[in-house]
Design a protein around this ligand. Sequence first.
Ligand code: AMP
Ligand code: ZN
Length: 104
Amino acid sequence: MDCIFCKIIAGEFGTEFVAQNEHAVAFKDINPQAKVHILCVPRQHTKNVAELTDPEVLQGLFSLIREVASTATDGQFRLQFNTGEREGQSVFHSHAHVLSGREG
Ligand code: AMP
Ligand code: ZN
């Protein structure tokens, strides 16, 4: 499968993880849309959040999101799951954007 996030998770690009646990990893978005823009990505490949149904994976992902939100933001942030091309999804491996602060 030719999935860029599966490759990042496998360490193929040497991407630095700002946080990780058994079920998910977090790394900075390469094209930040806010002062803080971190992607939280389940290790399990599913194409979008609508297909992300495994309770343990969901628990692990949201545990990581809470960790990132508490360590990398001031507690005010947006959590975004783009789902489908029309709605802005460009990488078809489920992921949450953690966005905080305005650019500039
Ligand atoms: P989406 O458009 O919701 O599918 O989000 C995909 C995000 O992945 C975009 O915000 C991209 O900037 C980001 N992205 C793509 N490739 C990389 C990469 N190699 N490292 C970090 N972020 C990436
Ligand atoms: Zn994948």
